[in-house]
Design a protein around this ligand. Structure first.
Ligand code: NAD
Length: 326
């Protein structure tokens, strides 16, 4: 099995090379992302291995199919960057459905605590020997209401941790899980009652811009908003407008709707011209990180193991456990 590996970072090699050697797979690592122009690099390969910001649209899939590539191996859970309709009956799409939801949940809480208590600002202040705490005040989370949007694997783990903080938990999910000890409410109620709102739903047509001018308007003043799911769940322009009006006590973002051009890359020597990103990073009550919620040792181990198992099933002509179809 020959795999063209796109958007390679040093840590990908560390985790994928030993597993590939064991299975006698050959991996060609490319630093570029997959798109319709770079798809040719997969010539003579059986599969491409891609991450969250590779563009697996119809044009890319057309090129891959012309080259005889048999599968797209997503080394992530989300697949909003893949045109599944274009892939149907032409190329297999396999993913890693779960790889340490615990890690993403823990990271969500880290962002919440940081956005609330302004730890990101305290860190830079004390490094500069500025020991003033003015502007760093947060709220007690104890007894406050947290609204969870999406009670799947990560949402459930987040709830488990928040119970330890003695927060009151309410949730919205179109497919409520009756086995969970949580009060499901309408989105409307979740928006108006929550002191903290955290997003754990996938990006779909229904959830795109679920946080918009209208829904932000329904939220309490001084709400804390956390997004570790996908950037396009939030209409950034509406968020900025509301931040300007001092709507939020804190905002923690691990994802951004235009992240493809920036996240996972070092842009520190460049002039960043994305005005929304620049504006967002300028707010003292906003913390942005570049899609690192998944990034734990355990998750990387699971991602490499499951991705290579997916490739192995393909090469042996076995049933594809983690195939996704339109
Ligand atoms: P999951 O599939 O287990 O759960 C998603 C839940 O969202 C499901 O319960 C589903 O019913 C619900 N949902 C679907 N449509 C909804 C809607 N319109 N409103 C509210 N809820 C809705 O997924 P998961 O493993 O918990 O992951 C959640 C998301 O986290 C993923 O889709 C992915 O975008 C994101 N993620 C981010 C990172 C990171 O590094 N930041 C890592 C992994 C996953």
């Amino acid at each position: 099995m020959k795999i063209a590996f796109y958007d390679t970072k040093p840590y990908d090699r560390i985790w994928f090379e030993p597993g590939a050697r064991q299975l006698d797979f050959s991996i060609k690592f490319h630093e570029v992302k997959l798109n319709e122009d770079t798809a040719v690099l997969a010539k003579d390969c059986d599969a491409v291995c891609v991450f969250v910001n590779d563009e697996v649209n119809k044009n890319t899939i057309d090129v891959l199919c012309q080259l005889g590539v048999k599968a797209v191996l997503l080394r992530c859970a989300g697949f909003n960057n893949v045109d599944l309709k274009a892939a149907k009956d032409r190329i297999h799409v396999l993913r890693v459905p779960s790889y340490s939801p615990e890690g993403v949940a823990e990271y969500t809480i880290a962002l919440l605590l940081c956005a609330n208590r302004k730890i990101h600002r305290a860190y830079t202040r004390t490094r500069d020997f500025n020991f003033n705490i003015h502007g760093l005040m947060g709220i007690d989370l104890h007894d406050k209401t947290v609204g969870i949007i999406g009670t799947g694997k990560i949402g459930q783990m987040v709830m488990d941790i928040l119970r330890g903080l003695k927060m009151k938990i309410i949730a919205y999910d179109p497919c409520p899980d009756p086995s969970l000890c949580v009060e499901y409410v309408s989105l409307e109620k979740l928006f108006c009652c929550s002191h903290v709102i955290t997003l754990h739903c996938p990006l779909t047509k229904e959830t795109e811009y679920i946080i918009n001018r209208d829904t932000i308007g329904k939220m309490r003043d001084g709400v804390i908003l956390i997004n570790t799911s996908r950037g396009r769940l939030i209409d950034t322009k509406a968020l900025i407008e509301a931040l300007d009006k001092k709507k939020f006590l804190g905002v923690g973002l691990d994802v951004y709707e235009e992240e493809d051009a920036f996240f996972f890359e070092d842009k520190s020597n460049e002039i960043v011209t994305d005005e929304d990103l620049v504006r967002l990073t300028s707010y003292p009550n906003v913390i942005i990180t570049s899609h690192q919620g998944f990034f734990t040792k355990e998750a990387m181990e699971a991602i490499s193991t499951i991705t290579l198992e997916n490739a192995l099933e393909l090469s042996l002509g076995k049933k594809l456990t983690n195939e996704i179809t339109a």
